[in-house]
Write a protein that binds this ligand. Structure first.
Ligand code: PLP
Length: 232
């Protein structure tokens, strides 16, 4: 089967944009992707025909609830989550991670430890550093080997202990592309009773994700980086 690039490009209205007569080249995908006409149509349809509060007894509210249900189910299917109730949408990964880290304050005490990695995006570090500061916990850093770009899992073994509450590691590095063995890391984290938080922002546009197989207690990704497309 041939890959019909022209047919695919025709789905993206932004590709018709010109600077004067010069066609544009979009190279900023990491900061956010262009959307298809289908995404624009679905959003327009929602704003024109639904656009209401949730949980009301009236028609547009019911349509809103229905669409939200479908969106949660679509994301659950994409991530192989066991239920749509496991899915939460938010402004972006950074905000969601900060919000989640706030909700975990009750589970982190003085003297506890949180593990982060030097291969991670700051959005998967600062929320945990702040949480540790607020709770009197200590942040432990897993290094990576500059020769092959892999996380030093042996040092993770040394860092993990019964005081470890959270292990926060990315599925793939946005800097150098390393794909981390999350299932293995999660197993180690769970062995000491810690929660496994996975930043899948960089990986999600490229590969299939199964949250259960990864052993993730929490997994975050950013649909605006994969064309805002989920199948509903
Ligand atoms: C690996 C990784 N994690 C997290 C983020 C932050 O994502 P968001 O913009 O959704 O907050 C980025 C953004 O580029 C990223 O590359």
């Amino acid at each position: 089967m041939s890959f019909d690039i022209d047919r695919i490009r025709a789905n993206f209205p932004a590709l018709d944009l010109k600077d004067g007569r010069q066609a544009r080249v979009f190279l900023d995908n990491p900061a956010g992707t262009q959307v298809t006409q289908g995404v624009v149509d679905r959003m327009t349809d929602y704003l024109l025909r639904s656009n209401a509060n949730c949980g009301g007894a009236f028609f547009t509210s019911k349509r809103t609830d229905e669409l939200l249900d479908q969106a949660h189910q679509g994301m659950a299917d994409l991530l192989h989550a066991s239920s749509k109730d496991e899915i939460i949408f938010g402004p972006n990964m950074t905000s969601l991670t900060f919000s989640l880290s706030r909700t975990l304050t009750g589970q982190v005490d003085e003297g506890d430890e949180i593990v982060v990695s030097r291969l991670d995006h700051d959005a998967n570090i600062q929320p945990w550093v702040r949480l540790a500061e607020d709770c009197g916990a200590t942040v432990r850093w897993v290094d990576f080997d500059p020769n092959d770009g892999r996380l030093c899992l042996e040092s993770l073994d040394e860092l993990l202990c019964e005081r470890t509450r959270i292990v926060a590691v990315g599925l793939a590095s946005n800097l150098i592309g390393t794909i981390n063995p999350i299932a293995k890391i999660a197993e180690k984290a769970h062995r000491v009773g810690a929660l496994m938080f996975v930043d899948a922002v960089h990986y999600a546009p490229h590969g299939s994700i199964d949250v259960a197989a990864l052993g993730a207690d929490f997994l975050v990704c950013s649909p605006y980086k994969f064309l805002s497309l989920i199948h509903i």
